[in-house]
Design a binder for this molecule. Structure first.
Ligand SMILES: [Zn+2]
Length: 60
């Protein structure tokens, strides 16, 4: 039998925090300058955003 599922949802990307592969349709994404970051879930997104905040604070 031929699957009727749309293969677009099968695209896998790697989480930018833990490197786990996840379907792009389930990833949380955040656009930065010339790059899109992907996260497997809110935990990794928060880890990444707090790291970004640290980088901003170290500009003294
Ligand atoms: Zn992750």
């Amino acid at each position: 039998m031929i699957s009727n599922e749309n293969s677009l949802s099968d695209v896998q990307i790697a989480c930018d925090v833990c490197m786990r592969e996840i379907p792009v349709s389930e990833a949380k994404s955040e656009e930065a300058a010339e790059y899109v970051f992907y996260f497997c879930g809110p935990d990794c997104y928060e880890a990444w955003s707090s790291q970004a905040a640290d980088n901003t604070e170290s500009s003294k």
